[in-house]
Design a protein around this ligand. Structure first.
Ligand SMILES: [Zn+2]
Ligand SMILES: [Zn+2]
Length: 246
């Protein structure tokens, strides 16, 4: 969360992306005749899953703005949604250090997303307009880069669109659902997140700075799914809320 300068007072909590509440990735991806542009489509839901299981959303937020360039993302390229659900909006290039020659993410069309190197370890070759390529007649794949579109320009492979959604607010189906436990937060103008640390078992402290003063969100949960959030404002005032996750 550190590095976010446009924050809606959300913090990361676990989400139940298990069983049937899951995304689906084709084992045998197929090229599409009509690749779907992420500039004009898919501004809802995940478009890829990172190697650590965290979903990756469109690099444009739901207002069509580049989330990274307007300070909505932390140093890892992610932030939390309205359900306190952590997700990325760019591909996590820092995974390259541990992924080696493996992909750092998988797109929901079934094609892999690599970092700055080709699967054989050589330097990345030129990308097509979809932000990927097929080299030496190999399998198509995308690459993550540090500038827009970051990881996918268009979904090169076949995907299934949710028929109840319309562009640009359409989405790939199925989508795992997030579970909100509290009302969505409001933007906290002028705040930037300056620290985030674990303070015990299932307990975290987020520190933000506004007008050179520090504020905190200290939160934790127990085995009965009772969540405790204590908000300490830059004026020192403290308010605690309890929620039960159903
Ligand atoms: Zn987001
Ligand atoms: Zn490549």
């Amino acid at each position: 969360m550190v590095g976010i300068t446009s924050w809606q007072q959300q913090v990361p909590i676990p989400q139940g992306y298990t069983g049937t509440n899951a995304w689906s990735i084709p084992l045998k991806p197929e090229l599409s005749d009509t690749p779907i542009s992420l500039k004009t489509n898919l501004l809802k839901g995940a478009v890829a899953i990172a190697a650590n299981g965290v979903p990756i959303f469109n690099p444009l937020n739901n207002r069509g703005e580049d989330a990274f360039s307007i300070g909505e993302l932390d140093q890892w390229g992610g932030h939390c949604g309205k359900a306190d659900d952590y997700h990325y909006h760019i591909a996590p290039l820092h995974f390259e250090a541990t992924a080696g020659k493996n992909p750092i993410a998988m797109a929901l069309d079934g094609f892999a997303i690599y970092g700055s190197k080709e699967p054989d370890g050589t330097i990345m070759q030129a990308l097509d307009t979809y932000h990927g390529h097929s080299i030496n007649n190999g399998v198509y794949h995308y690459h993550a880069t540090t500038t827009y579109p970051y990881f996918i320009g268009s979904m090169r492979g076949k995907i299934t669109l949710d028929p109840t959604t319309i562009a640009p607010e359409n989405q790939i189906t199925p989508q795992a659902k997030m579970t909100p436990i509290r009302p969505a937060g409001e933007p906290l103008r002028g705040a930037s997140i300056t620290n985030f640390k674990s303070t015990g078992t299932n307990a975290y402290s987020l520190e933000y700075t506004a007008n050179n003063l520090k504020g905190y969100v200290n939160y934790s949960w127990d085995a009965t799914n009772k969540y405790t959030y204590t908000f300490i404002g830059t004026d020192g005032k403290s308010t605690t809320f309890f929620y039960i996750k159903k």
